[in-house]
Design a protein around this ligand. Structure first.
Ligand SMILES: *Cc1c(COP(=O)(O)O)cnc(C)c1O
Length: 383
């Protein structure tokens, strides 16, 4: 079935629950066994609140279908999904490879926590492609990718990385948040684990923290057991909201795609903007790979303001009507923030002159969004 059908129906079993369309929100810790034999056998699907209820199973089932996975493990935030996926596989003495364009808190976890446990962390140039083979060692355990990088939007050649890694029995994981699992199926390309900050497009309404770890058959049980041993548990109301968000991800993503490209093209005509980092633009260095591996683009991309300073930037940013200044993205609303990607790169250069900016193009009318941005640039010019 196609994605729009999957996200509409997957995980719902109305006739298990009086025909009610959506799954109930089960609040549970204790789950009773009907007999001593049943308790000893431990064969009931629902055994304890922490290990899941029909509410969490519904979201897991839907995400498994969307990501073309074998099974999905939930986490209480996107970052927790990342750290759980990594922690499930590494042990002291291992070496791991991480893209230099990764989400900064992922880098911080690797540098601060994994190295403390005796794991050697090395970064690679996001453009490395098949060249990753040169960085794989006998003790390399896994490669962490994020495509495109959520600050600089470099598009990695995941199939080439998978090929080189699998030739050496190295696991490949990807942060698939940008595509929402709607514009890309990493597991179909041989990636072992696709992680999402469901906080972003799955939830889609800026009101819940959640992570998903979609695994192939070879990795699922290890991730499930490891996350369970860490005691990961997700509140049922949050799971319900994530399911509710998921039902409309198709129409939302199509609109983010369309409006994002319109805003990016408009930015290309503006003299204040020296570069637009959006892989759907034919001029973008990642365009060909994006076209091969993705079926669309989300609403998040970057651009560079040619010349500015904090006063000029403040004149623009402090008076925006529709573009809020806030971390995170993937909600229905537009966001705009400055960022400094060069501060978290060690394996590859990022020397762009000017002020990097990151925009999330939301679901508002795109003409209104462009008018808001245009007024902002004029305020900046006058300041
Ligand atoms: C936001 C984000 C995360 C972390 O998600 P949280 O739910 O905020 O913990 C991970 N990866 C990417 C690419 C993100 O943008």
């Amino acid at each position: 079935m196609k994605d729009n059908t999957i996200v509409t129906h997957a995980g719902n079993h109305p006739f298990d629950n009086h025909g009610i369309v959506n799954p109930p929100v089960y609040h549970a810790s204790t789950v009773l066994s009907p007999t001593l034999a049943a308790r000893i056998e431990r064969s009931a699907p629902v055994r304890y609140g922490r290990s899941g209820t029909p509410t969490t199973f519904a979201l897991q089932e839907a995400m498994t279908a969307l990501e073309h996975a074998h099974g999905t493990v939930l986490a209480p935030s996107g970052l927790a999904a990342i750290t759980m996926a990594l922690a499930a596989f590494v042990e002291s003495g291992d070496h791991i490879l991480i893209t230099d364009s990764t989400y900064t808190p992922t880098r911080n976890f690797a540098n601060n926590t994994l190295t403390k446990l005796g794991i050697e962390v090395e970064y690679f140039d996001p453009m490395v492609g098949a060249g990753i083979a040169g960085q794989i060692r006998n003790n390399t355990r896994l490669v962490w990718t994020e495509c495109p990088g959520s600050q600089t939007f470099d598009v990695q050649d995941l199939p080439a990385i998978v090929k080189a890694a699998h030739a050496r029995d190295v696991i490949v994981m990807t942060d698939n948040t940008w595509s929402g699992g709607y514009f890309r199926k990493p597991l179909d390309e041989g990636v072992d684990i696709s992680v999402q900050a469901a906080t972003k497009y799955i939830v889609g309404h800026s009101d819940v923290m959640m992570g998903t770890i979609a695994c192939n058959e070879a990795t699922y049980e290890q991730v499930r057991a490891s996350s369970a041993s860490f005691g990961m548990s997700i509140g049922p109301n949050d799971v319900y909201l994530a399911l509710r968000g998921l039902r409309t991800i198709g129409v939302r993503m199509d609109r983010h795609h369309e409006s994002g490209i319109k805003v990016a093209q408009w930015m290309q005509t503006r003299p204040e903007i020296s570069r637009v980092m959006h892989p759907a633009l034919p001029e973008d260095p990642g365009h060909e790979i994006w076209k091969r591996d993705f079926t669309g683009a989300s609403g998040l991309f970057g651009f560079v303001l040619k010349e500015t300073n904090q006063d000029k930037l403040a004149a623009m940013m402090d008076n925006m009507t529709l573009h809020g200044m806030g971390s995170s993205w993937g909600g229905y609303e537009s966001l705009l923030i400055p960022n400094w990607p060069e501060q978290s790169r060690t394996a590859s250069a990022w020397d762009v002159e000017g002020q990097c900016m990151r925009i999330h193009v939301g679901l508002e009318d795109v003409g209104d969004l462009i008018a808001d941005l245009e007024a902002g640039l004029e305020r900046m010019n006058k300041a």
